[in-house]
Design a protein around this ligand. Structure first.
Ligand SMILES: [Zn+2]
Length: 104
């Protein structure tokens, strides 16, 4: 069954947005690096950790764009709802798989 692909113009916009987010988060991580140790500053450590996780997710999303699999759930392979991608452009899973993952 053919699935709708996001048009290249929109995808380029998503890529730009993700790259920008990536840069911003990497800058924050770098800024926090001297303090981001549990023994030095637990809050900075937590903040840096969450930014690192986001960097991983954004990098994975950028890889999916270059591989042409962006917008598909990495668990079930079904297209992710465009509205979901608009709010969270780096998400890897559809709402259904996400709710399974959270329940587990
Ligand atoms: Zn799924």
């Amino acid at each position: 069954m053919p699935t709708p692909t996001r048009d290249p113009v929109a995808l380029a916009g998503v890529q730009r947005e993700l790259e920008q987010q990536l840069e911003e988060r990497l800058a924050v991580i770098q800024e926090l690096a001297p303090f981001a140790l549990p023994s030095v500053d637990p809050v900075a450590y937590q903040t840096a950790a969450s930014h690192r996780l986001a960097v991983e997710q954004i990098t994975a999303a950028l890889n999916r764009i270059s591989q042409g699999t962006y917008g598909r759930c990495t668990r079930c392979g079904e297209p992710i709802a465009p509205a979901r991608l608009e709010v969270l452009p780096h998400v890897a899973t559809c709402i259904e798989c996400q709710s399974h993952a959270e329940a587990a």
